[in-house]
Design a protein around this ligand. Structure first.
Ligand code: 5GP
Ligand code: ZN
Length: 113
């Protein structure tokens, strides 16, 4: 999608602090980190949210989660971490290209706000 920020990052047209990429996924640091580790994982292919991705390609959705957990291990958040995928207006999703937040490196609060 030409007007999608994360498609632009996946294509390399918009700069980002990319720490991993392969054929299907790109992993980069959030521009406004809210924890010592705050990484975003996106599929290269445009899907609006996790529901759309899971319905379109369950195998890709599985590897999406696997990629995020592998990145968490590599970042050394061994005391724990959190995967978040905000979905839709009430879910607080601001970028409409599915992404997993990988958060860690401090004690995270719960319940979510
Ligand atoms: P959402 O609010 O959709 O769950 O998360 C979107 C995330 O993307 C936010 O945490 C925000 O800081 C991050 N973000 C927005 N624009 C950019 C950008 O241009 N580059 C990077 N690296 N992150 C961004
Ligand atoms: Zn996109």
């Amino acid at each position: 999608m030409s007007d999608c920020l994360f498609c632009g990052i996946a294509a390399g047209d918009i700069p980002a602090d990319v720490i991993y990429r392969d054929e299907d996924f790109v992993v980069f640091r959030d521009i406004v980190p809210t924890a010592p580790t705050h990484i975003l994982v996106i599929p290269v292919q445009h899907h609006e949210n996790i529901a759309e991705l899971a319905n379109a390609d369950v195998e890709l959705a599985g590897r999406f989660v696997q990629t995020a957990t592998t990145v968490a291990q590599q970042e050394g958040v061994h005391e724990g971490f959190r995967l978040v995928t905000n979905t839709g207006d009430e879910g607080g999703q601001s970028v409409r290209h599915v992404h997993l937040h990988v958060l860690g490196g401090r004690q995270l609060g719960w319940p979510a706000g």
